[in-house]
Ligand binder design. Structure first.
Ligand SMILES: [Fe+2]
Ligand SMILES: [Fe+2]
Length: 317
């Protein structure tokens, strides 16, 4: 058993024994089994996978998404996108169809007026919804990120646009599970029905974590990438257009606090300058981090420079 967070120096085999769910994580990062005594760093390096990104996602899952990851500016967005794309393939091509096959076997769907028939229709509608959600991410969002990785800033899209509308996709599955548990009286195929319910529980949790990885790791990492590309001056016109969007959620006071933070001021200095209490400064900082999904001063600095909230000369070296 591994106490505390996973590290790149831990043997990969120990991570899997600690949490078998990491087998899926390995597959989605394109990491094979047969790891012997190799460390996480060695296994990742052999496959050209960024070990820091793998460990960050592994820890997020280990903590059941309770703790937001730090040092997001070090993540490999390329690696994260590959991971999410493989997860989509897994859900759409394997997990969801497998549950459907089991449902079909466990429920008696021969009569259209029977509740079983409606349960299956509900599930089919749900599968279609998930397919649309993931295909949109594959075609629109990941394609945008791929262009960003080439140093191209799009004028008609930003990760904020995705973040604003991105919702969870596990709710209907949760509802379906509750309908079956509460209102479906099986006629003899109990073991099979229990087995499919267990699969639905697992899939629901897997989808929940998948969406949380997108919201809490992928989106903030892409935000930092966007800011970097703009700082590099790839496309000044695009930068000007996009500058108004990301910080539009910050209040006037939060922008003032952000300005002070990236200028290298301590919380006490900020409180003195803005005539507010230390606790208020801390609350503003927490809200800024939550709204932007950026927790480090380095990340906030990139964000502030990219969005013209501070002059480069004002930032302490
Ligand atoms: Fe997704
Ligand atoms: Fe999603």
């Amino acid at each position: 058993m591994i106490h505390g967070k996973y590290k790149e120096t831990h043997p990969m085999a120990e991570l899997i024994s600690d949490q078998p769910g990491l087998l899926q994580l390995m597959a989605r990062f394109g990491l094979p089994l047969g790891v012997g005594d190799k460390t996480v760093a060695q296994v990742c390096e052999e496959q050209g996978v960024d070990a820091f990104t793998f460990v960050t996602v592994a820890n997020f899952i280990k903590q059941n998404a309770r703790e937001l990851p730090e040092e997001l500016e070090q993540l490999s967005v390329n690696c994260l996108t590959d991971y999410l794309r493989r997860a989509h393939n897994y859900f759409l091509d394997f997990q969801l169809p497998a549950i459907r096959r089991k449902l079909l076997e466990a429920l008696d769907c021969s009569r259209p007026d029977d509740v079983s028939y409606h349960i299956l229709r509900y599930y089919d509608d749900y599968m279609e919804e998930v397919r649309k959600h993931m295909q949109h991410e594959n075609k629109r969002v990941f394609a945008y990120v791929a262009r960003l990785l080439q140093g191209e800033v799009s004028e008609d899209y930003s990760i904020e646009r995705y973040a604003r509308v991105h919702g969870s996709i596990d709710t209907k599955l949760q509802e379906l599970k509750n309908i079956i548990i509460r209102y479906y009286a099986p006629s003899g195929r109990t073991e099979l029905l229990h087995s499919v319910l267990f699969d639905i529980f697992t899939c629901e949790n897997d989808l929940r974590l998948h969406c949380l990885v997108e919201d809490s790791i992928f989106v903030p990492a892409v935000r930092i990438l966007e800011a970097r590309v703009r700082v590099d001056g790839a496309q000044p016109a695009a930068a000007a257009v996009s500058a108004a969007t990301p910080d539009s959620n910050l209040s006037e006071r939060e922008r003032e606090v952000l300005h002070c933070v990236v200028c290298g001021m301590s919380n006490k200095e900020i409180a003195g300058k803005l005539f507010i209490s230390l606790n208020t400064v801390l609350t503003h900082r927490k809200n800024i981090a939550r709204k932007l999904g950026i927790h480090s001063v380095a990340g906030l600095t990139i964000y502030a420079v990219a969005n013209h909230l501070v002059d480069i000369e004002q930032i302490k070296k």
